[in-house]
Structure formats: structure tokens, C-alpha cells
Design a protein around this ligand. Structure first.
Ligand SMILES: *Cc1c(COP(=O)(O)O)cnc(C)c1O
Length: 223
């Protein structure tokens, strides 16, 4: 008997989760993948998907309108896209500055549940990368918590690429410490989104509660 890619990843997540004694959700990162590939995963029971562009998320959520899937925006959010993001996303994982907070809240319609949001943290202080610097995280969390149409669920991070596992592990551990501290100050924090195809088991060992996996589920992304 052969396992599908989804089953194989689910097994690895399950094993890492049992070892860590945690609960972990798998987000399937469908960016640039054809609709048919998403449909195949849905048929196998995967219901949460991540896209990195607002327009792609909107298009995809319209294609799959008849099925209640959960759509996560995981890419940088420009302020002129806040309205669309607030209307179509279930989660925005990439909040990294306060000017988009009020906009997202303002555009979130009253007939939808509050928008779930994560603060994206630039944990390795990389100048080229989006994400909030660690020092600004408390103020950004407070700004989000003051908005009734947003629900602060936790943090998302993408540690520095191309480093040895020990350095990666240390970045994950710093995120975990930041998350644990923030949980004392804010209710509802239950999500630490970190770990991708190459390192999700390491991230789970260090306390991730959500992993975002693309290539390992779908294969390489089409150009
Ligand atoms: C593309 C992407 C992923 C998935 O990356 P893979 O290496 O394909 O698993 C996860 N998170 C973010 C923010 C991404 O942009």
C-alpha cells in the first residue's frame, strides 16, 4: 500500500507532535499550484490552505466557493489590498505593522467572524525580510487586541534560510519564548506558525502549533 504525499506528511507531523506532546495543524501552501492539485488534497480531507498573494487567495476562494475551506494569507500585505484580504481571508498571518491593523478591522464585514491574525516576526533581524522586529511586537499586539473585528491568535515566523539546524533551532526557540511571554498578556493566543517543508519537524520539536508546507505536499512549484 502506498501513502499519498498528504498522508506521508500527516504521519511525520503526527510523529513529531506526539514526541513534543503538542497539537499541530497542517497548513497546505498552495501558492502557484494548479486548482486540480488543491482539489486532490481537499478530496483527501485537507481543508486549510495558504496563499502568498491577496489576488491569488481571492481567485482560489472563488474557485472553491462551494466547499468551506479555510484560507490563510501568508505573504506581505500592502495597504491597498486590505479590503480584499479582510473580505476573503479567514486568517492573515503576515501582520507586521500597525497601519494595516485598523484597515483590516475596518473592512472586516459584520456578518463574518472576526478575522484571525498572526503577527509576523522578523526573528533573525534580516533587513531584506518583512516581519515586525522583536522590540515592536508588544505594541503591535496591543494595537490588534484593541480591534473587535480582529482576533489575535499568535505569531508567524520564517527563520533565516541556509543555516545549520542548530541556528534554525535557536530561532524557533526564540519564537517560542516570545509566544509564551505574550500568552501572559493576551487571551486567545494559541497559534505559533513556523516550520516549512525543510524544517517542520524541527519547528514542532521547538513548539510550533501550525506548520506551513508547500513543496513537500505538492511537489515543486510551477515556474
Ligand atoms: C512558500 C511558503 C511556505 C511553504 O514553503 P515550502 O518550502 O514550499 O514548504 C511557507 N510559508 C511561507 C510564508 C511561504 O511563503
Amino acid at each position: 500500500m502506498e501513502f499519498s504525499a498528504l498522508q506521508a506528511i500527516q504521519l511525520r507531523v503526527q510523529r513529531a507532535m506526539l514526541a513534543a506532546g503538542t497539537q499541530v495543524r497542517l497548513l497546505a501552501v498552495s501558492k502557484r499550484q494548479p486548482d486540480g492539485a488543491v482539489r486532490e488534497l481537499v478530496a483527501q480531507g485537507q481543508l486549510a490552505f495558504g496563499e502568498n498573494y491577496v489576488q491569488a487567495l481571492v481567485a482560489r476562494s472563488e474557485v472553491f466557493h462551494a466547499i468551506e475551506l479555510e484560507w490563510h494569507l501568508i505573504g506581505a500585505l500592502q495597504s491597498n489590498k486590505c479590503r480584499l484580504a479582510a473580505m476573503h481571508a479567514d486568517w492573515v498571518q503576515s501582520i507586521d505593522r500597525s497601519d494595516i491593523v485598523a484597515q483590516l478591522a475596518g473592512f472586516r464585514s459584520a456578518d463574518l467572524p472576526p478575522l484571525n491574525v498572526l503577527v509576523q516576526v522578523n526573528i533573525d533581524d534580516e533587513t531584506s525580510k518583512s516581519g515586525c522586529v522583536v522590540g515592536n511586537v508588544p505594541a503591535l499586539c496591543a494595537a490588534i487586541a484593541s480591534q473587535k473585528r480582529l482576533r489575535l491568535r499568535g505569531f508567524m515566523a520564517i527563520p533565516r534560510a541556509h543555516v545549520e539546524p542548530d541556528a534554525r533551532r535557536a530561532s524557533f526557540a526564540r519564537m517560542r519564548a516570545l509566544f509564551d511571554r505574550a500568552r501572559n498578556d493576551f487571551d486567545d493566543l494559541d497559534t505559533l506558525s513556523m516550520g516549512m517543508s525543510d524544517d517542520f519537524e524541527l519547528a514542532i520539536a521547538e513548539g510550533a502549533t501550525m506548520v506551513r508546507v508547500g513543496t513537500a505536499l505538492f511537489g515543486a512549484r510551477p515556474g
